[in-house]
Design a protein around this ligand. Structure first.
Ligand code: ADP
Length: 282
C-alpha cells in the first residue's frame, strides 16, 4: 500500500494478478517468508489463494442460476424496489420470458432516482436497466477480475455452453476467494447446507457438496455432478419428489422437501436405521 495516486484497489489487485510467471517459485517464496516469520498466517493464506486463482473458473464461485433474485423486465419499478429490499441485493437481473434470457441489470441507485417521483412507480423496469456483461461459465477468475477492472463493472452473468443463464458473479465472490467470507451488512444469513441433527443423522439441502459429505463418512462419487441434489437426480433419472427414498454407500437418503426442479431438504441416516424407519412407516 503505497498511498500514492495509483493505490486504488483496482490498481493494486491488477499489479498482483498481472504476474503469471513462475508461480511455483512464488509459492515457495511465500511459504519461506511465512517460515521466517516475515509474513503473518492470514497474509500467507491470502497470497496463496491468489496463486490458486489459475485453477478457478467462474462456475466454481458464482451464485447459481436457481439462487439469482431476478424479475421479469416488464415488472413495475416499485415491485423491483421491494425485491431489492427483500433480497438485500443491490443489483437485480431483469429477464424476458425466462431467467435463461437475462436482458438487463437494474441497479438500486438508478431505481432510487426514479422512485422519488411517484409518477414512475408503475414504469416497467426495462426503461432504466443497464446492459448485462455476459461471460462464459468457464472463464478464469483472474481474467474476469481484469475485465471487471477494465470495464469498471462489479457484476457479470455467466452463461453455459448453450447460451442459457448459468449463474451470477460479482467482485465480492472473487474477493472472498482471497480474504474468505465477507459478511456484507445486507447478507441474509444463508441456510446451512449440512446440519448435524444427531449422531449419524444429517439434514442436507440439495446444494450440499459431495466432497463435504465425504467428511461425514458419506462417500459418494460422480464425475458428472457436485451436489447431493444433482447426485440423487442423476441416479433416479428425474428430480425426486418429497417422500422418495434412496440407499447408497450404506446410507439412506429421504427426500423431505422438493419442487419440480430442485430438492430442498434431504435427511440422511445409516442404511439399516433408515430401512427400519421405512418398515415402520409402511
Ligand atoms: P449485494 O451487496 O448487492 O448483494 P455483492 O456484490 O456484495 O452484492 O454480492 C454479495 C453476494 O450476493 C455474492 O455472492 C453475489 O454473487 C450475490 N448476489 C448479488 N446480486 C445477487 C442477486 N440479484 N441474486 C442473487 N445473488 C446475488
Amino acid at each position: 500500500m503505497d498511498g500514492g495516486p495509483d493505490s486504488s484497489i483496482w490498481s493494486r489487485l491488477g499489479r498482483l494478478f498481472a504476474r503469471r510467471d513462475d508461480e511455483e517459485s512464488l509459492e515457495k517464496a511465500i511459504l519461506e517468508a511465512r517460515a521466517d516469520g516475515a509474513v503473518a498466517a492470514e497474509e500467507e493464506s491470502m497470497l496463496l489463494s491468489i496463486l490458486r486463482f489459475d485453477d478457478l473458473q467462474v462456475q466454481d464461485i458464482m451464485t447459481p442460476r436457481t439462487d439469482i433474485d431476478c424479475a421479469p423486465a416488464d415488472t413495475p419499478l416499485l415491485e423491483v424496489a421491494q425485491l431489492i429490499v427483500d433480497s438485500g441485493h443491490s443489483r437485480i437481473p431483469a429477464y424476458s420470458e425466462t431467467r435463461d434470457n437475462i436482458v438487463g441489470i437494474v441497479h438500486a441507485k438508478d431505481l432510487l432516482r426514479c422512485l422519488i417521483d411517484p409518477a414512475h412507480h408503475d414504469t416497467p423496469v426495462n426503461t432504466l436497466m443497464r446492459e448485462p456483461f455476459f461471460v462464459p461459465e468457464t472463464k478464469g477468475i483472474r481474467d474476469l477480475l481484469q475485465e471487471f477492472r477494465a470495464r469498471k463493472l462489479h457484476i457479470a452473468i455467466a452463461l453455459d455452453e448453450y447460451g442459457g443463464t448459468s449463474g451470477l458473479i460479482t467482485i465480492e465472490d472473487v474477493l472472498e476467494e482471497i480474504v474468505g467470507d465477507i459478511e456484507d451488512e445486507h447478507d441474509a444469513p444463508r441456510e446451512e447446507d449440512i446440519r448435524v441433527l444427531g449422531e449419524n443423522h444429517f439434514e442436507l439441502t440439495g446444494r450440499a457438496l459431495l466432497e463435504d459429505l465425504d467428511e461425514l463418512g458419506i462417500h459418494l462419487e460422480s464425475d458428472e455432478v457436485d451436489t447431493i441434489g444433482g447426485y440423487l437426480s442423476l441416479m433416479a433419472g428425474h428430480v425426486p419428489a418429497a417422500g422418495e427414498l434412496f440407499t447408497f454407500a450404506g446410507w439412506t437418503f429421504t427426500v423431505e422437501e422438493a419442487d419440480v426442479k430442485f430438492i430442498r431438504r434431504i435427511s440422511v441416516r445409516p442404511e439399516a436405521e433408515g430401512d427400519a424407519l421405512t418398515a415402520q412407516a409402511s
